[in-house]
Design a protein around this ligand. Structure first.
Ligand code: MG
Length: 163
């Protein structure tokens, strides 16, 4: 069997007033933010679920329950660093990550390099191994009407040693 493992992650958070908008670890000035137990960084959550999926570590809801007060308001980059530690324990190295944010507004293009750099730093990999994209959904659905944001991510892992 090949030593490569692929995983897919998907996440959704509601947009509300009175919350900061944190995407890829970047605090983006905007009139609303994402609702959640942690900082609700939907992009990083999708990345984490792609990684945990590829490594068969379950999902972030299992690893970091939203009933646990330790995770209230926590930076999702800290949770991502914990995922990296778990990957290392299982002998996995990240090959690359590709993520896409689905959001009608604001325009996040200028922040994408910093998002990729933040994700790479939390994982201890090079920024060139992380790609962050963004798209609108043409005004359709819950991202289009601004009631929420979604993100997809895929991650490729390499198993460095056998169990
Ligand atoms: Mg989430």
């Amino acid at each position: 069997m090949t030593n490569l493992r692929i995983g897919h992650g998907y996440d959704v958070h509601r947009l509300v007033e009175g919350r900061r908008l944190i995407l890829g670890g970047v605090d983006i000035p905007w009139e609303r933010g994402l609702l959640g137990h942690s900082d609700a960084d939907v992009l990083v959550h999708a990345v984490m679920d792609a990684l945990t999926g590829a490594a068969r570590l379950g999902d972030i809801g299992k690893l970091f329950p939203d009933t646990d007060p330790r995770y209230a308001g926590i930076s999702s980059l800290k949770l991502l660093a914990e995922v990296e530690r778990l990957l290392g324990e299982k002998g996995f190295a990240v090959v690359n990550i590709d993520a896409v944010l689905l959001a009608q507004a604001p325009k996040v293009g200028p922040y994408r390099p910093q998002m990729a750099a933040n994700i790479a730093e939390a994982l201890g990999i090079e920024a060139e191994q992380v790609n962050v994209k963004a798209t609108t959904e043409e005004g359709l659905g819950f991202t289009g009407d601004g009631s929420g944001m979604a993100a997809h991510a895929v991650a490729l892992l390499e198993k460095l040693n056998e169990d």
